[in-house]
Design a protein around this ligand. Structure first.
Ligand code: ADP
Length: 484
């Protein structure tokens, strides 16, 4: 195996070929704002060419033996794992997260590909009981066609594979647009995919102008499916545009995840899990805890435990060893976090730790925010409604279970909710009663290849992961045959 050392000049991949363009978009290192590379500024033309080639490749790819589609995916997964260290470094440089986290993400990205590589050969239909004499009823599962995939910057490797792998396993061909902040890792992952036996044109990557690429794909009747992860606002716009040709839509949007900690919980375990979740990726995670609701009698005990753990977090460049929290993606993100913290403090929240950007020496570009803990947070404060998307842990209190559930559900979002208690009856009541697509009980990990990831209410439509993620790329066809 030859080791790759990816340059920071990313490329598009259309019809199995590398594509560059005279016009480029700069990619910056969020740690210092320095330009570290560039990618082609694709637009309408390249986006359309990508759909042309994906739609030409569809008949052959969808008819390939499922086992062969699976082999292509398993080969891709192995190539990702073979280059995990290089990919993690690239990801950390353009996105900012600690290298150890980036490595975990790359491994997760490979796991999704491997899982769907295995699942490709298990897609099957059904035979139904007949309604008439001599009738045969069957149901086929067939790929929807060309799928357009639009991915965000916060998990730029895992989101590429969590969409592309089930689509390709199902027999769809794909066109993918990564976020402008993190296109290099997508370009590198596609390079590895192009080295497999995937037929030319079955997977295409276009970097560049989001609106013109998105509009081209949404306006093209040949694109039958759109799968998007990003903000609720953009998701709603895409859904409206998808209506024109009645495209199938999967949306994984924003959240406002509550964590409910009851007085009978194991508080050390709760604090470990909450801090691990809350500060992963600098708090830039859609299923990250936005609000910590703690039952009044254990408020201080939990707060002390959270504070002790947060004070041990080291902020730094993602590529430094011993870094737990990297820079936020850009200065705008830092300003938003500061505005939400200021609003809370002005309305009476108590700042227990942090509460400001780091402005020392090499960290002075304003992208680094100190891990922050706020107590005495109440429902009048903006951060109870807005996704903070930063390293801030707001602590609220509640008295009784019904109140906690009512306040946790009092949001238009419904992606994830977390629950810490030892009471079996309560676990049963709350896992049913919390309005969320996913509930973590006494733990906060929720993204697994076999499990359905996704939200309800304004957090989205459809699921990624497991058989559920595969169904998003399959259509049912019912066939009724009258036999002689
Ligand atoms: P965030 O706020 O996390 O950056 P966005 O929703 O803006 O989330 O971005 C998520 C993805 O959606 C990115 O790939 C971005 O380029 C893309 N995107 C943003 N605006 C549009 C649009 N109008 N059409 C298509 N894609 C878009």
């Amino acid at each position: 195996m030859t080791r790759k050392s990816w340059t920071h000049e990313g490329v598009c991949w259309v019809a199995g070929r590398k594509r560059t363009l005279p016009e480029t978009i700069e990619v910056t290192d969020p740690a210092d704002g320095r330009v570290i590379g560039c990618v082609p500024r694709g637009g309408v033309e390249l986006a359309r060419e990508a759909v042309d080639t994906a739609s030409e490749a569809f008949p052959a790819w969808s008819r390939r033996l499922p086992r062969e589609r699976g082999q292509v995916l398993k080969d891709w997964a192995n190539r990702i794992l073979d280059h995990r260290a290089e990919l993690a470094k690239l990801l950390s440089q353009e996105q900012g997260k600690p290298v150890a986290e980036a490595l975990g993400e790359v491994e997760t990205a490979a796991e999704f590909v491997e899982w769907y590589g295995e699942e490709a050969k298990r897609i099957s239909g059904e035979v139904l009981p007949p309604a008439k004499e001599n009738q045969q009823m069957t149901v086929l599962r067939q790929p929807v066609g060309v799928a357009a995939l639009i991915t965000p910057w916060n998990y730029p490797a895992a989101m590429v594979t969590r969409k592309a792998a089930p689509a390709l396993a199902a027999g769809c061909t794909v066109v993918l647009k990564p976020a402008k902040e993190t296109p290099l890792i997508a370009s590198a992952l596609f390079e590895l995919l192009m080295e497999t036996n995937l037929p030319h044109g079955a997977a295409n990557l276009v970097t560049g102008d989001a609106a013109s690429i998105g509009d081209t794909w949404l306006g093209d009747y040949r694109v039958r499916k759109i799968s998007f992860t990003g903000s609720t606002g953009v998701g709603k716009e895409l859904m409206k545009k998808a209506a024109e040709h009645v495209k199938r839509v999967s949306l994984e949007l924003g959240g406002n995840a509550p964590a409910l900690v009851f007085e009978d919980a194991d508080l050390d375990r709760a604090a470990d899990a909450i801090v691990a979740n809350k500060f992963e990726n600098g708090g830039q995670m859609c299923n990250g805890i936005n609000l910590i609701f703690v039952q009044e009698p254990v408020r201080e005990e939990l707060t002390e435990r959270i504070l002790a753990r947060v004070k041990a977090l080291r902020v730094g460049r993602g590529t430094e060893t011993e870094c737990h929290v990297g820079p936020l993606i850009n200065q705008r993100a830092c300003h938003k976090v500061q505005a939400l913290v200021d609003d809370a403090v002005n309305k009476g929240a108590r700042l227990r730790y942090g509460g400001e950007p780091l402005l020392e020496g090499e960290y002075s570009n304003g992208h680094f925010y100190r891990p922050t803990v706020l107590t005495e947070v109440d429902d009048r404060m903006d951060l109870t409604r807005d996704e903070v998307f930063g390293p801030v842990a707001p602590i609220l209190t509640f008295r009784i279970e019904e109140e906690a559930v009512r306040r946790a559900n009092g949001t238009p979002y419904g992606l994830a909710a977390y629950l810490f208690t030892r009471d079996g009856g309560r676990i049963h009541r709350l896992t049913e009663g919390l309005e969320a697509g996913m509930v973590g009980v006494n733990g906060t990990s929720l993204s697994f290849p076999q499990a359905p990831f996704g939200g309800i209410k304004e957090s989205g439509l459809g699921r990624e992961g497991g058989l559920y993620g595969l169904e998003e790329f399959l259509e049912l066809k019912f066939i009724s045959t009258m036999l002689d």
